[in-house]
Design a protein around this ligand. Structure first.
Ligand code: EPU
Length: 291
């Protein structure tokens, strides 16, 4: 009924950038909007509550995996620029957008070159840097309500963005987003993008498996600075390590489990709370039941 693009007992480690975590009961690959609608229909019929994994960039799946159906929207990656607005499907990756903007000489989204993820994930997390975030550039999003199958357009004003968070009714699925960006100077855009990527390469472990920033930055400070100051840069647990390049990243050295990563996350939280009285809050989405 769900067809060949559904895999059962599918290891989610294969679908996340950190490459850890147990299996999902089922995982459906979504190639287009029709398929999304059909899969959601089946979910309604069987009362399944699907979980959208996005690109799996900012996600930590526990070793127990996920009991339910996971959707990957990687097929929703159409991208087009019309009348001052860039439209992109939820599955479009950061690298495709950066390339598109650089090729078409569009300015406004350069900052996003430094944030690994897909459009759907960017919106759900209000992804950003210190200077800019999605809330500054998104014009509207298109969501699908899994309960009715209805498609709704939500204008920026109707979205409550806060730091690394966007209030969407839990069940709504971001299918696409439109960004207000404008024509610019191709050389300048390419130069800015190149510089950002270079600086990311110098300050983040881009060649290693990670889930991006583990913690949100506490107000006025930086989680990376605090974890380093707590003496944890380079600390290991099993196959996981607090990055020696940026302490707000945990890297998988090859054979890490989710428990290894969680142990380091807890250690960082405890040490920073104990030494500096600051409670770090995870940015990474943690999926699955505790064993
Ligand atoms: N720092 C340290 N030690 C470290 C790491 C950082 O002292 O080990 C200091 C740096 O020297 C700097 C400050 O902490 O003064 C901030 O670090 P950085 O500029 O690297 O930025 P960040 O706040 O850690 C944010 C985003 C990143 C994004 C960069 C782009 C958050 C939580 N993270 O990182 O986003 O790539 O800015 O500049 O807002 C992500 O969200 O997954 C992500 C990668």
């Amino acid at each position: 009924m769900l067809g060949k693009q559904v895999a059962f007992d599918e290891p989610l480690a294969k679908h996340t950038s950190l490459r850890v975590g147990g299996p999902a009961d089922a995982l459906a690959r979504i190639d287009d909007r029709d398929r999304l609608e059909r899969v959601l229909e089946v979910c309604r019929e069987y009362q399944l509550d699907p979980l959208v994994l996005g690109g799996g960039f900012n996600t930590l799946v526990r070793d127990s995996g996920y009991r339910g159906l996971v959707l990957r929207l990687q097929g929703l990656r159409q991208i087009e620029y019309r009348d001052g607005v860039l439209h992109a499907g939820a599955g479009t990756s950061h690298s495709s957008i950066s390339r598109f903007c650089a090729d078409q000489a569009l300015t406004g989204l350069e900052f996003a070159a430094s944030i690994p993820g897909t459009v759907g994930g960017w919106i759900a997390m209000n992804a950003g840097t210190r200077e800019r975030e999605m809330a500054d550039v998104v014009a509207r999003i298109e969501v699908v309500d899994p309960e009715t199958g209805g498609v709704e357009v939500r204008e920026r004003e109707a979205l409550s963005f806060s730091y690394r968070r966007t209030e969407l009714p839990r069940s709504e699925i971001v299918a696409a987003a439109s960004f207000e960006i404008e024509p610019g100077d191709a050389e300048v855009i390419q130069q800015i993008t190149r510089e950002l990527l270079e600086s990311r390469r110098e300050t983040q472990p881009v060649d290693q498996r990670s889930c991006g920033s583990v913690f949100k930055n506490p107000s006025g400070d930086s989680s990376g600075r605090l974890i380093e100051a707590a003496g944890l840069k380079g600390a290991r647990h099993g196959g996981a390590q607090i990055s020696t390049i940026h302490a707000n990243f945990i890297v998988n050295r090859g054979d890490a489990t989710a428990s290894d990563v969680l142990a380091l996350l807890e250690r960082a939280r405890e040490e920073v709370a104990g030494q500096f009285g600051i409670e770090l809050e995870p940015e990474v989405c943690i999926i699955g039941e505790e064993a």
